[in-house]
Design a protein around this ligand. Structure first.
Ligand SMILES: Nc1ncnc2c1ncn2[C@@H]1O[C@H](COP(=O)(O)OP(=O)(O)OP(=O)(O)O)[C@@H](O)[C@H]1O
Ligand SMILES: [Mg+2]
Length: 232
């Protein structure tokens, strides 16, 4: 396993948000964490990145305990993170946005080449100011930036939110290419429709607890999962 989240509890402002979340991501695997609004997806991802304090439980990445580690250190160890709110620098060009995320300047050309292979649209837009990009292009740029540190594991928080069907399909292709490079991926999603295209394995989260784990087929035919996602 590249990532193991073991019985993680998170409390924010006195409210119990995660109640013993356990999940794992295997090497080269795409795992989807599915849950409704407010279920705890973003908090789970933030706990892995060291962006919220873990009250109890353990997070093990690539054989090392990263619980309580600083976010920049976790990123440098090899976890890339594309947050829900695509954070790009509007005044910088696409290429500049990727460049400033690169850790080792001597790897600049190699990383740009790799990122443009994964996202051909970004190559075409390389000199465009990021503020002028469409929502979908900004999502792609946010993921490209997360790839700039050559991660072993990529965390994507709702990458498909608000994207047109055609853009969704292009993003599928990019995610498949990322997996082909041997990078493991954890995707948080509220929409189950992406499961058959992407997931090797699925977890469902509800009120801060993992309530289901299974294959894509098992997930899609589970009456319990469909009920949870419908909200009754
Ligand atoms: N700083 C905070 N203090 C108190 N409660 C919080 C805080 N941050 C998040 N929460 C609550 O924790 C719960 C889980 O939030 P989280 O953002 O992890 O859900 P999510 O599954 O990502 O939802 P969404 O689909 O809306 O992105 C929600 O009920 C939210 O209101
Ligand atoms: Mg969220």
């Amino acid at each position: 396993m590249i990532l193991e989240v073991k019985s993680v509890h998170v409390e924010l402002n006195g409210v119990r948000i995660l109640r013993g979340v356990s999940l794992s991501v295997g090497r080269g695997e795409i795992v989807m964490l599915i849950g409704r609004n407010g279920a705890g997806k973003t908090t789970t991802i933030k706990s892995i990145m060291g962006l919220v304090p873990v009250k109890s439980g353990r997070i093990v990445f690539d054989g090392r305990d990263i619980t309580g580690m600083k976010t920049h250190k976790i990123a440098r160890m090899g976890i890339g993170y594309a947050p829900e709110d695509r954070r790009v620098f509007a005044d910088l060009t696409v290429e500049e946005n990727i460049e400033i995320a690169i850790g080792n300047p001597s790897e600049r050309d190699e990383i740009l080449r790799e990122v443009y292979t994964i996202f051909p649209d970004l190559k075409r837009l390389a000199s465009r100011r990021s503020g002028y990009l469409s929502g979908g292009e900004q999502k792609m740029l946010a993921i490209a930036r997360a790839l700039a540190l050559k991660p072993k594991l990529l965390l994507l928080d709702e990458p498909f939110e608000g994207l047109a069907p055609l853009v969704v399909r292009r993003l599928y292709e990019s995610i498949w290419k990322i997996r082909e490079k041997g990078i493991s991926i954890l995707i948080a999603e509220s929409n189950i429709t992406h499961v058959p295209k992407l997931a090797d394995r699925v977890y469902v989260i509800e009120r801060g607890e993992i309530v289901f784990e299974g294959s894509p087929e098992e997930t899609l035919k589970s009456e319990r999962v469909l009920k949870i996602l419908r909200g009754y």
